[in-house]
Design a protein. Sequence first.
Length: 85
Amino acid sequence: MDAKITMSFDANIIDKAKHYAENKGISLSRLTEILLRKATMGGYQDIEDIPVSNWVTTVSEGEAEYITNPRTRKQTKDEYYNRKK
């Protein structure tokens, strides 16, 4: 089950993360979910212990599962034009 949350980050980090996620063909939400999954399931005592290279490799090699909601043609068109504004 998906749940929505609101988070705040440094604007520079957001821009870099968006660019990274776009280059990998995933959403920023999915990228964040992968990092949070690694952090909470790995039994790490400190955030510095999280092997960042492992989750980056996981994302780049496509192990991630993509769950999308089907969109209508109108929704896709509206999304495209809204991004161009």
